[in-house]
Design a protein around this ligand. Sequence first.
Ligand SMILES: N[C@@H](CCC(=O)N[C@@H](CS)C(=O)NCC(=O)O)C(=O)O
Length: 201
Amino acid sequence: MKLYFSKGACSRSVRIILHELNIPAEFEAVDFKTKKTASGKDYLSINPKGAVPALQLNDGSVLTENVAIHQYLADTHGAHHLLPELGNFQRYRTLEWFSYISSDLHKSCGPLFNSAVPDELKETIFKPALLNKFKIVEQQLQKNEYLMGKEFTLPDAYLFVVISWLKHFNIDLQTALPNVSRYYNALKERKSIRQALEEEA
Ligand SMILES: N[C@@H](CCC(=O)N[C@@H](CS)C(=O)NCC(=O)O)C(=O)O
């Protein structure tokens, strides 16, 4: 298996899950500007969408999209602790969080990373909108250690990565989102996450 990634990007969440499940994998970096991989391949020929993550499976096929890759890894490794089995209602709760992180939190960060968006718009529109979307996460983490309660599940890996971007937007986590801050600091000590952070340092 090979994960195409970019340092600090959402592909880090897949790396965390690979480590959670002790799945041996290769990792190849992608340059977003040139769309070349570290070994000089045209990344668009691997993933025509040009985005990471892309997971190349042992049979050569390539799977893209966080939501598909995470489920594939959990389901093919019987990791019901990360994603409950088909038919179990908790599976859909877990995917409910995953979807919110993907489509609401992650995508709300886009304009804040975009240097073409004027700072004033970022401060008055996009940053408040992102913080507003984080409110529901803050509330959930006030009552729970992890998104799904007492156990770490797939969306925690993804949420960890999205939280790590907030420092680029000058958001003081401790003040703005104290429970998210506590959760983030605790996750930094998790073995799979420490390993992923070291590898992408
Ligand atoms: N729909 C994709 C989006 C992934 C995505 O937004 N990846 C970002 C990095 S976090 C990326 O590759 N951006 C560079 C680009 O699209 O050119 C998914 O959920 O996996």
